[in-house]
Design a protein around this ligand. Structure first.
Ligand code: ITT
Length: 294
C-alpha cells in the first residue's frame, strides 16, 4: 500500500515505514504547508493531512503531529514542541535550562496519526510514552528530545535505547498500531459477508475476547463466505463478489482475508490482516488493484 506522508521530518518517514509493514511511505515535501495553528495534535495533524489531500487527491494520506509534554512546565512545549527552539541541541539546551534545579522531571511523548482513505474517510491512531527528563543528554540514535527522554522503567535515554527499541515502544509505534487496528476495523466494516452460522459464532467469540470487540462488537457484519454485492467503480455501479475468510491460527490470533472481485479483467483486491485478541493488527498486506468505493 502506498501512502503520502505529509511531513518534512525525514525521521518520521523512516520510523513510520518500519512501523507500518507493507506500506510504501512517500514523504510529501513542499514549502507550501500551511502553518500549524491548531490547539491540539489532532488539529495540526489534520491541517497537514488536508494539505496532502489537496496535493494528492484520491490517494492514501498520512499525517502525524507529536510533541513532548513536561509536567513541571504545565505540559509545555506540547503542540509547540517543533517551534520551541530549533530541533536537536538548541531545543535540548533550552529544556534543560528551564528544568535546572527542578526535581519533578516527569514527561510524556504524544503522537497523533491521521490517515485519510482515498474515499476521504478519516482514521486515527494515538500513542503516548511516559517517562522523565534526564539531567544531561546521552545517546546518539533517534532525534529531537530523545537524548534527554528516559522512558518509564528504563535507566537509558531513548537515544541510548535506539531505533530498534523505538520501533516497539515509542509513542509513534503505539499510534501506528492503533491506526492499523482502526483501519482494519474500518476496512472490515466496509465489506460484506456470508451468513454461515458456525463461523459467525467463532468470530464473535474471538472478537468478544478482547478490546476489539468494543469497536466491532455485535455490529461485526462479516462471516466467512461469498456474497454478490454491488460496488461503485469510477462512477458506475458494478456487480461484484466479496469473499471474507477468517481463520484462527492460534487462540489469540486471527487471519482475516477480505477479497473483493469486481472486474474480471483485473486481479482481485485482497487484504490480509493478522489481528491479535488485544485488538492490535500485526500486519496488513494488500494485493491486486485498488478497491473501488463500496
Ligand atoms: P512535520 O510537522 O513536518 O511532520 P515536525 O518535526 O515539525 O515535522 P511536529 O510538528 O509533529 O513535527 O513536531 C514534533 C516535535 O516533537 C519534533 O520536532 C520533536 O522536537 C518532538 N518529537 C516528536 N516525536 C519525537 C521523537 O520520537 N523523538 C524525539 N522528539 C520527538
Amino acid at each position: 500500500m502506498r501512502a503520502w506522508l505529509c511531513s518534512r521530518n525525514a525521521h518520521k518517514a523512516r520510523e513510520l515505514e518500519r512501523l507500518l509493514p507493507g506500506w510504501e511511505i512517500e514523504p510529501l515535501d513542499s514549502d507550501a504547508y500551511p502553518p500549524e495553528t491548531g490547539d491540539t495534535y489532532y488539529a495540526n495533524a489534520r491541517i497537514k493531512a488536508d494539505f496532502g489531500r489537496s496535493a494528492a487527491p484520491g490517494e492514501w494520506i498520512l499525517a502525524e503531529d507529536s510533541g513532548l509534554e513536561v509536567a513541571a512546565l504545565d505540559g509545555r512545549p506540547g503542540v509547540q514542541s517543533a517551534r520551541y527552539a530549533p530541533e536537536g541541541a538548541p531545543a535540548i539546551a533550552k529544556l534543560l535550562g528551564e528544568l535546572e534545579g527542578v526535581a519533578e522531571r516527569g514527561a510524556r511523548y504524544v503522537s497523533e496519526l491521521v490517515c485519510l482513505r482515498p474515499d476521504g474517510e478519516e482514521v486515527r491512531g494515538t500513542g503516548t510514552l511516559t517517562g522523565r527528563i534526564a539531567g544531561e543528554p546521552r545517546g546518539t540514535e533517534g532525534f529531537g528530545y530523545d537524548p534527554v527522554f528516559v522512558p518509564e522503567g528504563e535507566d537509558c535515554t531513548v537515544a541510548e535505547l535506539g531505533n530498534a527499541w523505538k520501533e516497539k515502544h515509542s509513542h509513534r509505534a503505539r499510534a501506528a498500531r492503533a491506526l492499523l487496528a482502526a483501519l482494519g476495523a474500518v476496512v472490515l466494516l466496509a465489506g460484506c459477508g456470508g451468513t454461515d452460522r458456525t463461523s459467525k459464532r467463532v468470530l464473535r467469540a474471538f472478537f468478544a475476547g478482547g478490546p476489539v470487540a468494543r469497536k466491532l462488537g455485535t455490529r461485526f457484519p462479516h462471516a466467512p463466505g461469498t456474497l454478490p454485492c454491488t460496488v461503485r467503480d469510477r462512477g458506475k455501479t458494478v456487480q461484484a463478489t466479496c469473499a471474507t475468510d477468517i481463520s484462527l491460527v492460534k487462540p489469540a490470533r486471527a487471519v482475516v482475508t477480505l477479497t473483493e472481485a469486481w472486474n474480471h479483467g483485473a486481479k482481485a483486491h485482497t487484504w490480509f490482516f493478522f489481528i491479535r485478541r488485544d485488538g492490535t493488527v500485526q500486519s496488513v498486506i494488500q494485493e491486486g488493484a485498488p478497491a473501488p468505493q463500496s
